[in-house]
Design a protein around this ligand. Structure first.
Ligand code: G6P
Length: 606
């Protein structure tokens, strides 16, 4: 969602701001803007892409202090006026804000009554006028921001610059903000990605904290006036490149990074000798694992689908009940929390507001929750304290691909670990560990020869709707395939457990309706064949994802084989053609693959 980048130092701010905006594009946005201070403050903002903003900028914008923003509309439509930065009436203060000010209506009404002419429909604009009022009453910038925030309810990650002051005031509450620490220069950003090429030293601001950032110093304090630590964290080198390289889109790049991503996730975690997995960061001993009454997962979108795969593996290997919940529902359904149960928050970004809220709800009720997260140091990872990083490397395409595979891999590791602590034999553990170790190679083999994906595109690209079917562990894979195609090609997609098809979706089938069936060679295959027959009898075209060498291929109109593996690990292979079908269909329809309309990469509002 909305992104922030700020710079203060001895160099020109503009190149940092524009580069930062480009690196933030992946989060999803509909307008962007910059404010640069050089004596006075100059603001440029507009709807559309960062490239549109850049093309309309004056030739020279000088200044060594500036802030910039990508906006994803929440309060107010997609207009130039609603784009950030927002300015005080005299133009001497500029502000960018992520998050939602819940009492904005009341604050805006009061400001209007006092004669302030509001120029946008946003909640954020109220903040800059309130700050201006404090400054007019003689307050220093930090105090002005602090007093303003004390009057606000809601969430914020914000940066403010002031004419006449060489500093940026920033604050965080519920919307991430990171300060990149340099030598004689500092940056501020809404996530670490735009900072990666600039510095490894960062200060991850906590909720309720304000920072006064100059080119030489960062001073933090809490909004309520208490002191706050500004501990500098050194970011580890991420294995992945945040650049596009030779690929036309991040989605395709990330699909092809899956073999390496999986290796990064599995490395050092497989114990071939004992047939076990090592996930030290979870902090769970065999004794703990034996006592767990049940396991629960929370996630949204792709993360939820990975959790649904994980829960089935756990039930199968550990014979312990496991459930996967939509984070937003879980949190609002007043869940019963068992203090000995284990909860996992699954999230690529580690910032998804619904999942974070679910984590806090569990913790409030005395529950134990661990993160299964990609982004190191993200809010959910820090809130959980313990967990397991999935090590996918930076994922920038809104449509998640490599994070899904790595979440499944990480949860497979956990399934083996809890299985071994309970009833799973050493021999069976060894067999599974060996099989899991081979998966990256199998993924590589499939991607080198992905089969007739383009033939599938011809059938689905003009379809009214596409039905995805799978059973058991392939049911969440079918859901993931449907989500991918819907997200980036805007085709209505339905995903059903194959057995449920006859209870409703069958009504949609007519001559030529595309049905994508995920049917690996597991114990449920024969039942899935019956579902295929039911579809064919209604004229449907069957696109079948199956294991290479399996005679089920005869059931297909278009057959896409993937390499064979243990039934439990098939999701990491069967998902690949589904990702490619979505990618190539979106491309054929001229859609913006990496930045689908209305969606955001990290959804930081509830
Ligand atoms: C958004 C994205 C999805 C993603 C979901 C959960 O909806 O568009 O691709 O799966 O958020 O994100 P998370 O970062 O928590 O995995």
């Amino acid at each position: 969602m909305c992104g922030i980048i700020g710079y203060i130092g001895d160099k020109q701010a503009l190149p940092f701001l524009l580069d930062g905006l480009r690196r933030l594009e992946y989060r999803g946005y509909d307008s962007s803007g910059i404010a640069v201070k050089n004596g006075d403050i100059r603001v440029h903002k507009r709807t559309g892409k960062v490239a549109d903003l850049e093309s309309k900028l004056p030739k020279k914008i000088e200044g060594t202090c500036g802030i910039a923003h990508t906006r994803w509309a929440t309060h107010g439509g997609v207009t130039n006026a609603n784009a950030h930065p927002h300015c005080s009436e005299d133009g001497k203060i500029a502000l960018v804000h992520n998050g939602i000010i819940e009492n904005a209506r009341m604050l805006r009404n009061r400001l209007e009554k006092e004669g302030v002419k509001l120029r946008s429909e946003t909640d954020s604009e109220a903040l800059v006028h309130l700050i201006h009022r404090e400054i007019s009453n003689g307050a220093k910038p930090l105090t002005a921001v602090r007093r303003t925030l004390k009057r606000c309810r809601g969430t914020w990650g914000l940066c403010v610059i002031f004419e006449g002051h060489d500093k940026i005031i920033c604050a965080r509450n519920g919307s991430p903000l990171v300060i990149g620490v340099g030598d004689g220069e500092n940056w501020i950003a809404s996530d670490t990605l735009p900072l990666q090429a600039l510095t490894q030293h960062v200060i991850l601001l906590d909720d309720g904290v304000l920072a006064e950032v100059t080119s030489e110093s960062v001073k933090t304090s809490r909004v309520d006036g208490r002191s706050s630590d500004s501990e500098v964290t050194t970011l580890e080198d991420d294995w992945g490149e945040a650049e596009l390289g030779d690929y036309p889109h991040f989605m395709l790049k990330e699909i092809h990074e899956q073999p390496e991503a999986l290796r990064q996730c599995l490395t050092g975690r497989l114990d071939l000798k004992d047939g076990n997995a090592r996930l030290g960061g979870l902090g769970l001993s065999s004794k703990n694992l034996q006592k767990i009454p049940y396991v629960r997962f929370l996630g949204c979108g792709t993360a939820l689908h990975a959790a649904q795969v994980g829960r089935l593996s756990i039930e199968q290997l550990a014979r312990v009940p496991a459930l996967a919940h939509v984070s937003s529902e879980f949190r609002h359904n007043d869940p019963v929390i068992h203090s000995e149960a284990i909860h996992f928050a699954v999230s690529q970004s580690g910032e998804t507001a619904d999942t974070l809220a679910a984590v806090k709800e569990i913790q409030l009720k005395g529950g134990d929750v661990r993160g299964v997260i990609n982004v190191v140091g993200s809010t959910i990872a820090r809130q959980c304290g313990k967990g397991c990083y999935i090590h996918s490397g930076p994922e920038q395409s809104v449509a998640s691909t490599k994070a899904f595979s790595n979440m499944v891999a990480a949860l497979s590791l956990f399934a083996i670990q809890i299985g071994r602590a309970r009833s799973l034999s050493r021999a069976e553990g060894q067999r599974l560990v060996r099989s899991l170790q081979e998966v990256p190679q199998l993924v590589e083999e499939y991607l080198a020869d992905p089969g007739p994906v383009k033939k599938v595109v011809k059938i689905v690209k003009n379809a009214k709707s596409v039905l995805f079917l799978g059973r058991g562990i392939s049911a969440p894979v079918a859901r993931e395939g449907a989500l991918k195609l819907m997200e980036i090609a805007y085709i209505p997609c339905l995903a059903y457990p194959a057995g449920e098809m006859k209870h409703g979706p069958i009504a949609l089938l007519e001559k030529g309706s595309p049905v994508v069936v995920v049917a690996p060679n597991d114990s449920l295959k024969d039942k899935t064949i019956s579902s295929i027959h039911e579809c064919r009898a209604r004229g449907a075209k069957i696109i079948l994802i199956h294991e290479a060498g399996d005679s089920i291929a005869e059931e297909a109109d278009i057959s896409i084989p993937v390499p064979s593996t243990d039934p439990m690990f098939t999701p990491m292979l069967t998902v690949l053609p589904l990702q490619l079908i979505a990618y190539h269909t979106a491309l054929a329809l001229g859609c913006d693959v990496d930045r689908p309309r209305n969606l955001a990469k990290s959804v930081t509002v509830e």
